[in-house]
Write a protein that binds this ligand. Structure first.
Ligand code: ZN
Ligand code: MN
Length: 485
């Protein structure tokens, strides 16, 4: 971005809630079913059908609000948002207007949530994006356009949809990426949604304007539609910010409008201008009573999980991990649970983390297994780290024992015993090996004594080789230095 310009970005995110049934009827919420099998008079919008609220959807929305530090309204209500659309036969959507269930709140952005290539140059570390509100509404049906006709599938009509609206606190495409990554993780942690963008479980609209830093007034707000992935949001914003700056530089005036993002072409195109904006004529739904949230809030509070950011902080504090390691582990909830089961009570939690993040993850990847299917029990991993830590086997042997543990599920003590892998820490035996290597390599010894100190590494390698990898490397180094001085 040209440095004399700044962008103002706000996001509206729609999230499909993980409930068994729809928002105002008993029809099942099921992805990928035959078209129009999960329907009834209520979600088809037939005359006379009455809505009944889904309590679990209210609870999941309140749970999201508590995780994101929102204020939960004592009373919320549902309103009709009137508009005509072929996939919405009632001609209104039940939503929440002036009394949403949650207000304010925030989404913290953390380093690992940024795109990989941007993690080294984060403009605003530790940034928190404030929220305006979270409300609950119903989804519409889905249209399928064929060659000469359009089909409508009402399975999705009336499924619970949570809308999260941010303040325009975001300034960069990378921050929008981090916001969505962090939000998605919180939703998954709370069991609120699977938040799979490819399945449309998390859908995002973006507002973006640019202005000269010296200008007090915001620029024209431009809305972007059709964003299907988090990386697509980043690309669309980068394109759009650049397009707007170039237009302003040419002396053009930008108008408020809605544009469509084409991910293949990598550009936005005009959909409609402000003149065609809707007036939705909201009014309270006469079929639905206002909701007193205190009725279910205690139960929701008891379900409140540890948030990803609380977990990262705790892993750093309790196990002495780096922010990076804590971030990688907390990103994957089952993996962090495995780590904690192995690290609890270990003298070397940092080594446990290294095994989990390197050896375990690559072994699982190669075997195409999830951490839940892992053949290595957490307590066995802890035992392995202890064997290495106490010098009973060296770290190279530790790696080999780990692969054996992974392929057989056998505990490390048994493997060490069976393979006769005990590390050689007997000083006499090590000294004998060192003397043998020194005698066999007079030229290297001469180099070392002549000041080429790195030569000792070659000798060390020879001793390790002679011991078939069993010698304690630290003792070998000390002994060689002593004998050569
Ligand atoms: Zn229904
Ligand atoms: Mn909405």
């Amino acid at each position: 971005m040209k440095s004399d310009y700044t962008a103002t970005i706000g996001l509206e995110v729609h999230v499909q809630l993980k409930t068994k049934s729809k928002m105002f009827c008993g029809c099942a919420v099921a992805y990928g079913a035959e078209p129009n099998v999960h329907t009834c008079p209520t979600c088809l919008g037939l005359p006379g059908a009455l809505p009944v609220m889904n309590l679990e959807a209210l609870k999941l929305t309140a749970l999201t609000g508590l995780m994101l530090k929102c204020q939960i309204a004592p009373v919320c209500k549902f309103d009709r948002k009137n508009y005509y659309y072929p996939d919405m036969p009632k001609n209104y959507q039940i939503s929440q207007y002036d009394l949403p269930i949650c207000e304010r709140g925030e989404v913290p952005l953390y380093d690992l949530a940024y795109p990989k290539d941007a993690q080294k140059s984060i403009a605003n570390p530790g940034k928190r994006v404030r929220l305006i509100r979270i409300h609950l509404e119903e989804d519409v049906a889905k249209s399928f356009h064929f060659e000469s006709s359009t089909g409508i599938d009402f399975n999705r009509a009336g499924t619970p949809l949570m809308e999260i609206v941010s303040q325009p606190d975001i300034e960069l495409p990378e921050e929008a990426f981090a916001y969505l990554t962090s939000l998605k993780q919180a939703l998954i942690y709370g069991g609120v949604s699977d938040a799979d963008m490819e399945k449309g479980q998390l859908r995002c609209d973006v507002n973006v304007s640019v202005r000269k830093r010296t200008d007090a007034a915001y620029g024209a707000k431009i809305e972007l539609k059709n964003l299907n992935s988090i990386s697509g949001v980043r690309r669309a914003l980068a394109f759009e910010i650049n397009r707007q700056i170039e237009a302003l530089e040419r002396g053009e005036t930008l108008r408020q409008e809605t544009r469509r993002w084409d991910d293949d072409l990598g550009e936005t195109t005009l959909m409609r201008t402000k003149e065609s904006a809707h007036d939705y004529r909201y009014f309270p739904d006469p079929d639905l009573l206002p909701v007193r949230t205190e009725v279910f809030l205690d139960e929701v509070r008891s379900r409140l999980p540890e948030t990803p950011w609380e977990k990262r902080e705790r892993l750093e504090k309790d196990y002495g991990l780096s922010a990076y390691d804590a971030g990688v582990l907390a990103d994957d909830r089952p993996l962090s649970a495995y780590f904690e089961a192995a690290a609890r009570g270990s003298a070397r939690p940092k080594s446990v983390a290294n095994y989990v993040m390197n050896d375990l993850l690559s072994a699982l990847g190669a075997a195409g297994q999830t951490v839940e299917e892992c053949p290595v029990r957490p307590e066995d991993l802890k035992a392995l780290v202890t064997l290495v830590d106490e010098g009973r086997i060296n770290s190279k042997q530790g790696k080999d024992v780990f692969s054996e543990m992974f392929s057989t599920g056998v505990d490390p003590q048994t493997i060490v015993r069976r393979k006769g892998l005990q590390q050689e820490s007997d000083l006499g035996a090590i000294e004998a090996l060192c003397r043998e290597v020194i005698a066999a390599n007079p030229k290297v010894v001469e180099d070392y004594r002549g000041g080429k100190s790195v030569s000792i590494n070659f000798l060390k390698g020879q001793v390790m080789k002679l011991s078939k990898g069993k010698a304690n490397p630290a003792l070998v180094g000390e002994t060689l230095q002593r004998l050569l001085s």
